[in-house]
Unconditional design. Structure first.
Length: 613
């Protein structure tokens, strides 16, 4: 999909092969649309859809209504009819092979048969000057480059697919029966997106095999995939960081962007749940599943992946005997009731939320402070400085705060100043209701490379109000905003790719960034920037910051956006950067987006609309 280029497009699957794709696989493919950039991904309605509805507890009346409506509207799948599309891409399902992706982007697909050679090729690029090339003691075990230190079955997308989850458990069963174990340096976790998974594991008597390999239930929902895997064992973390090892994580999540999974792990690979179990047993990415043994069985014979890989028939047999519609109706009947802690919360009083000034979790946001009843006219941008110069494929995970909060980070210092112990810092995700924490974590990804600095990774920049000295992005922002200096971001291709992260746009706006000039944008983030009153501009085709001779030290002026005040949307604006001048495309693509920008953001637009009513 990335090679085809589907950013901003609707992707619909059709053809005779669609009927052979199970519903769980369709939902996985559809839910992964942010990873390949499309606005959405649609599968047609057919008999497989009806089977899924019945399995998940829908009534026969609902199922009949879906079928009748779809056929009446011409939405029922007919393999013999080819709809008219602006572009058709053919995929021969027989060419699909087992694959993983990594080490830092979901679209970096690797055939499983090539995984070892691909890993060996990229590994040296993760070595630093202090990287130890051998094994390093780590408590009762040892670790080395390429070792898998996290193997996690996680993500609501893939753990909602019964075939791969049953497949993982059957593989675990066969492995345990042959005497195989997960390697001692691997942190293993099971975090399915639904309680139904643990229900059918228990019913099929497979839970004990997952637990025997260390895949114990740690919770339901977003865990390793969003950086909430928790710390590695102290001895292993210490060995990794002292020897600057390039260790790996393997997870069944959607995304593996740099710095997302764990601060100790440089390389992250996405794999199906059965392969996650297999890699936990192998213990390293430097493993060829076709040629290398996973270990010895109880009789001393080599065991290969093919020896324990479950057949489709075995998987389907367990699904048929262990999964029923009653499981879904039972588990989801009380999904909104909450546990005893939720039920014991005091009922709020008053018409508005009572903000707790002492809370470090939820604070009154600043979005509406000083907001006039009517929007102020849009103004050009003058005297702006560059907060960051970024390369290609900077994702919302590089921008938005995610994962653990480091003690020496601006966010960590803020919490410490407010009496929070290090052990209670929790994660950025848990503190997303506190803008003070989130601003300090924006652009603070440990793998971010700001090209204003040479060879520096993390949330740092240069403060041009202080002779260009190096400082954190947050501290530089504070200085610029105090001096009334607007900020600009320069970026490469696919800026803002990845999932829709609202704080990627909120944090950008609250740091004082008025405009982002990129070679291309991911649709969701571009739209979110407008929703926060940040202007997205795009270099003209063939032009980049480098080709225009920009290094980020210039003072910027952007003129022509005031045309929005008269109802129009200019196609291009003039940008002056020091002694250079160029035109950039305005990426306000719809009348609705123009309205949001005129109001300073979508929240201001909505609030003013409510006041009018």
């Amino acid at each position: 999909m990335r090679k085809v280029g589907v950013v901003g497009k609707f992707v619909e699957f059709f053809g005779p092969g669609v009927t052979a794709v199970p519903m769980a696989n369709r939902t996985t493919i559809g839910n992964m649309s942010p990873e390949y950039g499309s606005t959405c991904a649609i599968f047609p309605i057919d008999e497989e859809t009806l089977r899924y509805l019945r399995l998940t507890g829908r009534t026969e009346d609902q199922v009949a209504l879906v079928e009748k409506y779809a056929k009446a509207q011409g939405m029922w799948h007919d393999p013999s009819v080819e709809p008219r599309f602006s572009q058709v891409v053919e995929l021969d399902l027989s060419t699909v092979v087992p694959s993983i992706s990594g080490p830092k982007r979901p679209q970096d697909r690797i055939s499983l048969s090539d995984s070892k050679s691909a890993f060996e090729k990229v590994l040296p690029s993760y070595f630093g000057e202090k990287t130890n090339k051998g094994e390093v003691p780590a408590g009762s075990t040892r670790v080395k480059n390429g070792d898998v230190v996290i193997a996690s079955i996680t993500s609501c997308t893939n753990t909602s697919n019964p075939s791969v989850m049953i497949g993982a458990a059957l593989l675990a069963k066969k492995a345990v029966e042959k005497g195989l174990k997960s390697k001692p340096w691997v942190k293993t976790t099971l975090a399915p997106g639904s309680k139904v998974v643990t229900d059918y594991y228990d019913r099929a008597d497979l839970t004990k095999y997952m637990e025997a390999l260390g895949f114990n239930l740690v919770g339901y929902g977003c865990v390793t995939c969003i950086g909430n895997s928790g710390p590695l064992p102290i001895e292993i973390s210490k060995a990794i960081n002292e020897s600057d090892l390039a260790v790996t994580a393997v997870l069944s999540g959607n995304r593996n962007f740099e710095g997302r999974i764990s601060p100790d792990v440089k390389m992250n690979y996405l794999a199906s749940p059965p392969l996650v179990v297999a890699y936990a047993i192998a213990g390293t990415m430097d493993h060829d599943f076709e040629k290398d043994s996973l270990g010895k069985d109880t009789a001393g014979n080599d065991v290969f992946l093919k020896d324990i890989w479950p057949t489709p028939q075995e998987i389907q047999s367990v699904i048929d005997s262990s999964i029923s519609s009653e499981m879904f109706t039972k588990d989801y009947a009380t999904v909104f009731e909450g546990d005893h802690r939720w039920k014991s919360l005091a009922t709020p009083t008053g018409k508005v939320f009572e903000w707790d000034a002492k809370s470090t979790y939820v604070r009154k946001p600043p979005y509406f402070e000083g907001m006039p009843k009517n929007p102020t006219p849009v103004t050009d941008i003058a005297g702006a400085r560059v907060l960051a110069v970024l390369g290609d494929s900077v994702t919302t995970d590089h921008i938005s705060p995610a994962g653990n909060i480091k003690a020496d980070s601006p966010a960590g210092k803020y919490l410490a100043e407010h009496g929070i112990e290090r052990a209670d810092f929790n994660s950025y995700g848990s503190r997303r209701g506190n803008h003070e924490v989130m601003i300090r974590g924006t652009f603070a990804n440990i793998r971010l490379k700001n090209l204003l600095l040479n060879g520096v990774e993390g949330g740092y920049t240069r403060n041009f109000l202080a002779n260009g000295e190096q400082t954190t992005i947050y501290d530089a922002s504070v200085a610029y905003q105090a001096a009334g200096v607007p900020l600009v971001i320069l970026a490469g291709k696919e800026y803002g790719s990845g999932s829709s992260r609202d704080w990627a746009a909120k944090g950008t706006a609250l740091l004082g960034v008025r405009a982002v000039i990129a070679e291309s944008f991911e649709r969701i983030h571009r739209s979110n920037l407008i929703g926060m009153g940040v202007l997205p501009l795009q270099f003209k085709d063939g032009e980049t910051a480098a080709s225009l001779g920009l290094d980020g030290t210039e003072t910027f002026a952007i003129t022509g956006i005031t045309a929005l005040n008269t109802g129009g949307v200019p196609k291009e604006l003039t940008v002056t950067a020091g002694d250079k001048k160029f035109t950039a495309k305005v990426r306000i693509d719809t009348p609705g987006e123009a309205d949001y920008y005129r109001h300073g953001g979508i929240m201001q637009y909505v609030l003013r609309s409510l006041l009018v009513e």
